[in-house]
Structure formats: structure tokens, C-alpha cells
Design a protein around this ligand. Structure first.
Ligand SMILES: Cc1cc2nc3c(=O)[nH]c(=O)nc-3n(C[C@H](O)[C@H](O)[C@H](O)COP(=O)(O)O)c2cc1C
Length: 365
């Protein structure tokens, strides 16, 4: 009710604003407008993954609450988990504005924010102040643009955030920090994961074994994906997130002017590529770890397609911009209906059921 009212009131206003101003206003509203606690999710939607119990499989993707300002308000909107960040060790301004573009008729967004971040100390203080508040909050970590030791940045963040993070996402896939995506290449990734997992071991006596997930770009060549999955398996990471925004521009984009902006494309135009990469990752992981599917989820059917392609959990960001807050409960309702239709009592049996078929299709253009 409150969410529907909020949506109807705010969406026309938000769409009229500059996208970055609209985002700042949304964060402010979540800080000051009280959101009541939603009813508990039905048990059939519960997912056990990475050693954690998720009340439902619909998460908020990284980038919305970069500085951990409103994670609890976001959980109260009905998300099963919220990923804050990307957090970098030191504060940095990111790229000059404008750096965020809505492709209205494509229901896509291009961003080249470049890890604008208040820095680790601020986010850490906010998360520590939550105390024992329940709810799954993941912390997405990245390196400072000018860092001399990028792998060291990730390792330090793991050590400092381990007491407050339910899981970590090692983000090596944002296209807006020059050279960051090179950390996905075999030798660099091997070294990075070794240092991150070593840092987790150092923190283990204080924090327990915090799950570590690797977030990859949907633009990886398949032989690089072979390497990335192989290295992730070797290091026994807990999961992968597939994936980040794409630097590709599908020929179907209608907003040709905005499509030429530099940055990562998200939302509906990303769905096919990201879902294909998810299925490719699922067949390579062979059950060694579970996956989060992200990229173009904006409805029940798109969430179900991600699950069938191999996702145990899904995340969304851009779908929220175009579909409003109601999309979260709409997806949950559709998931419950799909379970009922299939006479299933959990989503786990649907995971990856279409992966082999999807990988046999021609490559999405
Ligand atoms: C404005 C914006 C900022 C983002 N910032 C981050 C980020 O800081 N770290 C990250 O890992 N992903 C970031 N992402 C990527 C999203 O987490 C997600 O992987 C991507 O947008 C695809 O999902 P979607 O189609 O549901 O938006 C950002 C996306 C958008 C649109």
C-alpha cells in the first residue's frame, strides 16, 4: 500500500529530473520517509545459498546504495538482500557529470559514474551502527582508481568489513575504472583471489567465514570465462554474480544518441547477453558454487528466466527505475505462482533447467 502510493506519487517526478538528482532524492526519501516492515515472505521463497538463509531470492544490485546509507529501508521494501557499494578504500569523486543517462524507450541506463564513493571508513561506520539488525547485507568492494596496489585494496577491505558484511562481492567488472576489468584475466585474478581469501582467513577468528562472491562482466570472451570459472573453483569462492553492465551496444537500441555515451549499459537491453553469460557460467561451474543472475530483471518472467538459466538468486537495479518499487512484490507473486503451477515447494529444482538449451542457441546480437 505505502509502496504503491509512494510509486504513483514519485515516479513522474523522478522521471522529470536529471537521473543523478533523482537518485539522490530517492536515497533521501528512504532516509526520512518511514517504510513499515513488510509481512514475512512465504517459506517457499526461501533460498539457502553461500551458507546464508535468504527470505526470498530478489536482491538489490550494487550501485544503488553505494555508501550504505539506507540498507535497512531497502530491505523493508521487500528485497531478500541488499548489496551496498561498490566501496573503495579512499573517498573519490568519480567521473565528471553528466555520467548517468536514461534510455527511456529502451528501458535501459548507461552509467560512467566511476566508483564515486565516500570511502570505506564512512560506509563501515554506518554498517557498524546497525548493530544486530537482521537482514542480509552484502558489501561490494573495489579498488581506488589511482591505487598502486589494486589487489591490496580488495584485501584490506575484506579485513576491515568482515565483521559487518554478510557476504563480499569482489567487483572486477565495472567498465568505468580504467584497467579494472583486466583483473578478470587469469594471472591477475589468481593473485587477487588468493589475497582476498587470505584476508578472509585473517579475519575469520573475529568474523567467521564470510562468503566471497566474484562479479564478472557479461562481455568476457568464453575462453576468459573458462579461466575465470576455473580459478574461482580452484580458490573455492562461494559464488559468482553474472554480471555487471555491458560496454556492448545491441543493434536494437532505439535511443541512438544516448547509446553512443561511454559507459556500462544496464536494464532491458542487457537481459539477453547477461542471461546467456549466466547459463555459460552455470554449465562451467558444474554445481561447485551457486550463482546470482543480474542484468535486465524487471518482472516475474525475467526473474524466472534467470533462475532457469542458472541463478539461485537474482538482483536488479535498472528495473526499479522503469517499473517502480512494486516490481519486487510483483516478482515474488509470480515466483510463487510458478512454484504452484509446477507443484514444487522450492525454487532450487528450477535452477539451471534451461541452461543447456540456452548455451546451444545462436549468440545474442
Ligand atoms: C547507476 C548504476 C550504478 C552502478 N554501480 C555499480 C557499482 O558500484 N558496483 C557494481 O558492482 N555494479 C554497479 N552497477 C551494476 C549493477 O549492480 C548491475 O550489475 C547492472 O546494472 C545490471 O543489472 P540491471 O540491469 O538490473 O541494472 C551499477 C549500475 C547502475 C545502473
Amino acid at each position: 500500500m505505502v509502496i504503491g502510493f509512494f510509486d504513483r506519487l514519485s515516479r513522474p517526478l523522478m522521471r522529470a529530473l536529471d537521473p543523478e538528482d533523482a537518485h539522490a532524492l530517492a536515497i533521501k526519501a528512504l532516509r526520512y520517509v518511514p517504510v513499515p516492515r513488510p509481512p514475512a515472505d512465504p517459506g517457499e521463497l526461501a533460498v539457502r545459498a553461500f551458507g546464508l538463509n535468504f527470505p526470498n531470492p530478489v536482491g538489490l544490485a550494487a550501485g544503488f546504495d553505494k555508501n550504505a546509507q539506507v540498507p535497512d529501508a531497502l530491505l523493508r521494501l521487500g528485497f531478500g538482500f541488499v548489496e551496498v557499494g561498490t566501496v573503495t578504500p579512499l573517498p573519490q569523486a568519480g567521473n565528471p557529470r553528466p555520467r548517468l543517462f536514461r534510455l527511456e524507450s529502451d528501458e535501459g541506463v548507461i552509467n560512467r559514474l566511476g566508483f564515486n564513493c565516500e570511502g570505506a571508513a564512512v560506509a563501515l561506520r554506518r554498517l557498524a551502527a546497525r548493530g544486530n539488525e537482521s537482514g542480509i547485507i552484502g558489501v561490494n568492494i573495489g579498488a581506488n582508481r589511482d591505487s598502486a596496489d589494486r589487489a591490496g585494496d580488495y584485501a584490506r577491505l575484506v579485513e576491515s568489513f568482515a565483521p559487518v558484511a554478510c557476504y563480499f562481492t569482489v567487483n572486477v567488472s565495472s567498465p568505468n575504472t580504467p584497467g579494472l576489468r583486466d583483473l578478470q584475466q587469469a594471472t591477475a585474478l589468481d593473485d587477487l583471489l588468493a589475497r582476498v581469501l587470505d584476508a578472509r582467513e585473517q579475519a575469520r577468528p573475529r568474523s567467521g567465514p564470510v562468503p566471497v562472491l566474484l562479479k564478472i562482466a557479461p562481455d568476457l570472451a568464453l575462453n576468459d570465462l573458462d579461466d575465470a570459472v576455473g580459478i574461482a573453483r580452484k580458490h573455492r569462492v562461494d559464488g559468482m554474480i553474472v554480471g555487471n553492465t555491458t560496454i556492448a551496444r545491441p543493434g536494437s537500441l532505439r535511443e541512438r544518441n544516448k547509446a553512443s555515451e561511454t559507459g556500462g549499459l544496464s536494464g532491458r537491453p542487457l537481459f539477453k547477453l547477461a542471461t546467456r553469460m549466466l547459463a555459460e557460467t552455470f554449465v562451467r561451474a558444474e554445481g561447485a558454487f551457486l550463482l546470482i543472475g543480474v542484468g535486465g530483471v524487471d518482472s516475474g518472467p525475467t526473474a524466472i528466466a534467470k533462475i532457469k538459466a542458472g541463478a539461485s538468486l537474482v538482483q536488479l537495479y535498472t528495473g526499479l527505475v522503469f517499473r517502480g518499487l512494486g516490481v519486487v512484490s510483483e516478482i515474488k507473486t509470480d515466483l510463487l505462482a510458478a512454484l504452484k503451477r509446477g507443484h514444487r515447494n522450492s525454487l532450487a529444482s528450477m535452477v539451471g533447467s534451461d541452461a543447456a538449451d540456452i548455451t546451444a542457441e545462436s549468440w545474442p546480437g
